[in-house]
Write a protein that binds this ligand. Sequence first.
Ligand SMILES: NC(=O)C1=CN([C@@H]2O[C@H](COP(=O)(O)OP(=O)(O)OC[C@H]3O[C@@H](n4cnc5c(N)ncnc54)[C@H](OP(=O)(O)O)[C@@H]3O)[C@@H](O)[C@H]2O)[C@@H](O)CC1
Ligand SMILES: Nc1ncnc2c1ncn2[C@@H]1O[C@H](COP(=O)(O)OP(=O)(O)O)[C@@H](O)[C@H]1O
Ligand SMILES: [K+]
Length: 481
Amino acid sequence: MRGIWTTDHVRQAEDRLLAVTPEGALMRRAAHGVAVHAARMLAEHAGSVSGRRVVLLVGAGNNGGDALWAGAFLRKRGVGVAAVLLKPEKAHPQGLAALCRAGGRVVPLADGPQWIENADLVVDGIVGISAKGPLRPDAAELVERVTAPVLAVDLPSGVEPDTGAVDGAAVAATATVTFGALKPVHVLNPERCGEVVFVDIGLGDELGEPDLRRLDAADVAAAWPMPGPSDNKYSQGVTGVAAGSAAYPGAAVLAAAAAVRATSGMVRYAGHAADVVRWHWPEVVATGSIFDAGRVQAWVVGPGIGTGSAGRDVLVHALGQGVPVCADADAITIIAERPEVLDARDPDTPLLLTPHDGEFERLTGKAPGPDRVAAVREAARRFDAVVLLKGHSTLVADPAGRVLVNKARGSWLATAGSGDVLSGLTGALLASGLEPWLAAGVAADIHARAGELAARGVPASASGVLAAIPDAVRQARSLAP
Ligand SMILES: NC(=O)C1=CN([C@@H]2O[C@H](COP(=O)(O)OP(=O)(O)OC[C@H]3O[C@@H](n4cnc5c(N)ncnc54)[C@H](OP(=O)(O)O)[C@@H]3O)[C@@H](O)[C@H]2O)[C@@H](O)CC1
Ligand SMILES: Nc1ncnc2c1ncn2[C@@H]1O[C@H](COP(=O)(O)OP(=O)(O)O)[C@@H](O)[C@H]1O
Ligand SMILES: [K+]
């Protein structure tokens, strides 16, 4: 599991490390990392390093200092370096001196556009972890002129570091070199960051508990249920799926099938689409009603069940069984409209809610807004449940405040029915005994991998995502050390 730290925590850790480190050493280490990656990008995009032209966009703080030092290092490799200073009076003095000593030049702000247009690479050192709000007009005007690849120092300027939100002009980087710790922007707005390269500057021991976490392939592989020699169809956990209706049988088929694809235990289906489910997936034990469905180790309730009294009875029944419940889609709307249905839940029974933004707003009375992490954390606390907030990147919070982020792998999952696949996956992992927070995070990871594998560069359907689940699991296992 990888940790991600908010800027406050990074700053505190940096201050502690700075106090015991020779002056300027951390910045030079960071800047060296930027220069190494800049040279790599020049070789890749422009075919060579020496003789190429790099323009540094330099802001008022240490982020600009990193860029200036990186420019000095690049000069030593024969790169032509020009710095555009947004606030000359506040440019990092030692960085500026180092660049000038190395033969870099400082160009007036007014000439910036012309230099930028002729650059092979632009380094964004406008603002780092002390950023507030979008780019200011002078910086925005320069950034607008850029056509070359952009290497962002620490984070793409103009993007809110702790939320990834963009509310005006901001850099869209080809790559970002970050130092000491991953920050929320790197996982909440991966598109703006491009490839994220991590440079260790020794903050590790100073950072403390992470604010957010991300699963590695190894975590996913370790958590994924695999049958052992003494297992049978029951011992691995039976997944119950209460989804679909005569009008919407597709949701039932997709959710039940995702559970079938996910693990080798048994899947039970209960609902009005029993015949359709049986026809497509003969291995599913299907019945017309949840009230005679037999025992399961977790219930998925909601996709396509409708929001009327019949759906409500199904949800209340599932909540009373003493097994984990994943409430999705219509089940979330039912809870939003009649919160008293949750009285059926034994407080110790794990509940997992998986809203998209619209359902989240219905459930909590408020749209997630720009700070999605804060929103999902608050909802988890309020409902005493694990909440998985869908979106481009997926967030999973538990009532204790832990948050997992699953970084998007493209936007392939923005297709009808893909949420039903996710709920089936999640249910299967809950039934296998994984704690809900991890089950939801692992399901989101495999879901995103399956989306990417199904698409391979062109739009995919939910059925395609479903079919790619086994390969997604294989991929995660093959990447685990
Ligand atoms: N500490 C360390 O050990 C290490 C730190 N490191 C590096 O330092 C960086 C943090 O540096 P920092 O704290 O000096 O602030 P930074 O992000 O450069 O901002 C400075 C100024 O920018 C301005 N500004 C604000 N918003 C703006 C906007 N939207 N658009 C335009 N301008 C805006 C505002 O100044 P103002 O213009 O208001 O005077 C603000 O004060 C960090 O990200 C990493 O790169 C590495 O070297 C590793 C070691
Ligand atoms: N633009 C996007 N990029 C990445 N993933 C997305 C995007 N839009 C939606 N998704 C994912 O696709 C799934 C859609 O779920 P949902 O909205 O419930 O769809 P449906 O109800 O059609 O099944 C969620 O897992 C969500 O995180
Ligand atoms: K930056």
